[in-house]
Design a protein around this ligand. Structure first.
Ligand SMILES: Nc1ncnc2c1ncn2[C@@H]1O[C@H](COP(=O)(O)OP(=O)(O)OP(=O)(O)O)[C@@H](O)[C@H]1O
Ligand SMILES: [Mg+2]
Length: 228
């Protein structure tokens, strides 16, 4: 009974949040276009820079609201048979700009002939992009990102390893909590949403400290049916 009540409360809360987000987003869009208009009308470089700063913050708020809306939603998974190598390459090229690629040593270790996996490609893309962005942000422009994939019969394991500063022990429990962030511009929803998606796939994810070097490895495990 209590589960049903919680579910009801959650769905009421989601509807309320969706309404609030909607009401905030509309005036935000107006603010953005008016500020952009002001920037076009002035020749003053300082005023243009100020306008640009406002637009950046408005966009950040918009992104946060989008993620907030998404949190707590449990969309139906659309399982497909996918090529894991392609999925990872796609996430890498989405998360890494060409400039970053030039300054960071990004090594990926993806075996060539991986069997395919059954998962929701759009949802897993989101998980991978957040994990890669977290790793890059932790390394702050220099370091090594390594992605490994193992696919024994009943499991798909994706490891995302970075050479960043690692996660302080006192934060380890909190990083999956919604809204926990140590970043000035972070929403703290990346890992909370990712964990939800992985759980929907009946999987689990965990951070491990790297052995003999600094940094962490995010291990994502997704069960797979035996037949392949
Ligand atoms: N690879 C990592 N190395 C060090 N700390 C990490 C790493 N990945 C996550 N964290 C810590 O976990 C926190 C929560 O991560 P999460 O992805 O949920 O949110 P965020 O990255 O802060 O914000 P957003 O994902 O919205 O940009 C981060 O703020 C950071 O402190
Ligand atoms: Mg993140």
């Amino acid at each position: 009974m209590s589960t049903t009540k919680t579910e009801e409360e959650f769905s009421a809360l989601r509807m309320l949040s969706a309404g609030v987000v909607h009401e905030i987003r509309n005036p935000l869009a107006v603010i953005q276009s008016l500020v952009e208009l002001l920037a076009q009308k002035t020749q003053d470089k300082n005023q243009q820079a100020l306008a640009e700063a406002i637009v950046t913050e408005v966009k950040r708020l918009n992104r946060f609201l989008g993620e907030f809306l998404q949190y707590g939603r449990v969309p139906e998974l659309k399982y497909e048979t996918v090529d894991i190598g392609t999925l990872i390459q796609k996430a890498l090229s989405f998360a890494i700009t060409p400039e970053q690629n030039a300054t960071q040593v990004i090594r990926t270790d993806i075996p060539e002939h991986l069997p395919q996996a059954r998962l929701d490609p759009d949802a897993m893309h989101q998980v991978l992009v957040n994990a890669i962005l977290n790793a890059l942000q932790a390394m702050q422009g220099k370091g090594r990102l390594e992605i490994q994939v193992k696919r024994p019969k009943q499991h798909l394991t994706i490891k995302i390893q970075d050479s960043g500063p690692g996660i302080p022990p006192e934060n380890l429990e909190k990083i999956f909590f919604p809204f926990f962030t140590t970043k000035r511009n972070g929403s703290g929803l990346g890992l909370a949403i990712s964990q939800q998606i992985v759980k929907q796939h009946s999987g689990w994810m965990v951070f491990e400290n790297n052995v003999n070097e600094k940094g962490v490895t995010l291990v994502i495990n997704i069960p797979q049916e035996q037949a392949d």
